[in-house]
Design a protein around this ligand. Structure first.
Ligand SMILES: [Zn+2]
Length: 323
């Protein structure tokens, strides 16, 4: 059942699925549909996305809908032209002209941005970010990226690449990163990076309580942190380097950007004790004035199942407000 109030169609494109939903102005998802995405070729990638959108628009009883559709997608987006430029995960792909293709076909305005910028707008309109004019949203999952809100506006930068903190240099000659460098935060503190380290360092810690999970390929970052709490030396080493590298980057962001809050999300940060450790590190090491102005480092209240759809819809609202 659709409510009488107007709603917005949001499209959340991830590496494994396309999620399309209808979102009210209060941020309630009234309908959603999940579609598979096919990354096996560029042609199939495009057709799986466009077929999903056609199915949602044709088959759902879409009425009372706002004039802009928002699309959040992983990788790099040309925000100005509404084009998906590609992703490090899909090397060599041609850009996808979402605005040109979809506007001509359906008549909607199209707003496109990367998924973390979209999630940051969800914080700004619907989450803890509503309280602040200056905050950071930091997502720590398979990769790491941030959204910067300064004086009430999302900072996009010259090429809409602002906030890609996963590739900040945190050490010399660590593991190779997808971006081509081997000094990146992401290799020490993302879920993927920590699992890679667990595999690489296991031979030095054959008695680790994580050994069987690592060998069977089922270990996840939450296992590593919980094993660290139990005193496992391999997990302890990965955990220490997580706090150190993530902490340094957050301290530097606080000193550069002077936010009132850091709101964190993503699959890696699920334990309050870990948030407390990060908080302690940042408040201890940031310069005094920005540290005093920082009110909290906190976990998002927006659920991982809906944040992509909410972000895509907020992107549409933000685009309408700007135009
Ligand atoms: Zn990198």
């Amino acid at each position: 059942m659709y409510p009488d109030e107007p709603f917005t169609i949001g499209i959340d494109i991830g590496a494994t699925k396309v999620l399309i939903g209808s979102v009210t102005q209060e941020g309630k998802v009234v309908h959603q549909q999940r579609y598979d995405i096919d990354l096996s070729s560029e042609q199939l990638l495009r057709s799986s996305i466009y077929d999903s959108i056609a199915n949602y628009i044709d088959l759902q009883q879409v009425r009372n809908v706002s004039k802009t559709i928002g699309i959040g997608v992983f990788g790099h987006v040309d925000f100005e032209h509404g084009e998906w430029m590609g992703s490090m995960r899909l090397p060599g792909m041609d850009k996808v002209r979402f605005r040109e293709d979809l506007q001509a076909k359906y008549g909607f305005d199209i707003a496109v941005d990367n998924d973390v910028h979209a999630a940051t707008l969800a914080e700004m309109y619907l989450g803890k970010g509503r309280q602040y004019r200056n905050f950071l949203y930091v997502n720590v999952g398979t990769g790491i990226a941030a959204g910067i809100v300064s004086d009430g506006r999302l900072v996009r930068g010259a090429a809409n690449y602002a906030g890609e903190i996963g590739h900040i240099f945190v050490g010399k000659d660590m593991e190779p990163c997808m971006c081509g460098s081997n000094w990146c935060l992401e290799t020490a503190a993302s879920g993927g990076g920590m699992i890679h380290r667990a595999n690489r360092w296991l031979m030095d810690y054959p008695d680790s309580i994580l050994a069987s999970k690592i060998q069977s390929g089922t270990v996840v970052s939450v296992d590593i942190f919980r094993a660290a709490l139990l005193g496992d030396p391999l997990a302890g080493k990965i955990h220490q380097e997580f706090i150190w590298s993530m902490g340094i980057v957050l301290v530097n962001l606080v000193n550069i950007l002077n936010p009132e809050a850091i709101i964190m999300g993503g699959g890696v940060l699920q334990d309050e004790w870990l948030m407390k450790e990060l908080s302690t590190f940042v408040f201890e090491h940031a310069a005094k004035v920005p540290s005093n102005a920082l009110k909290e480092i906190t976990l998002t209240e927006l659920g991982p199942q809906v944040v992509g759809l909410l972000g895509a819809s907020c992107l549409a609202w933000n685009y309408e407000a700007m135009n």
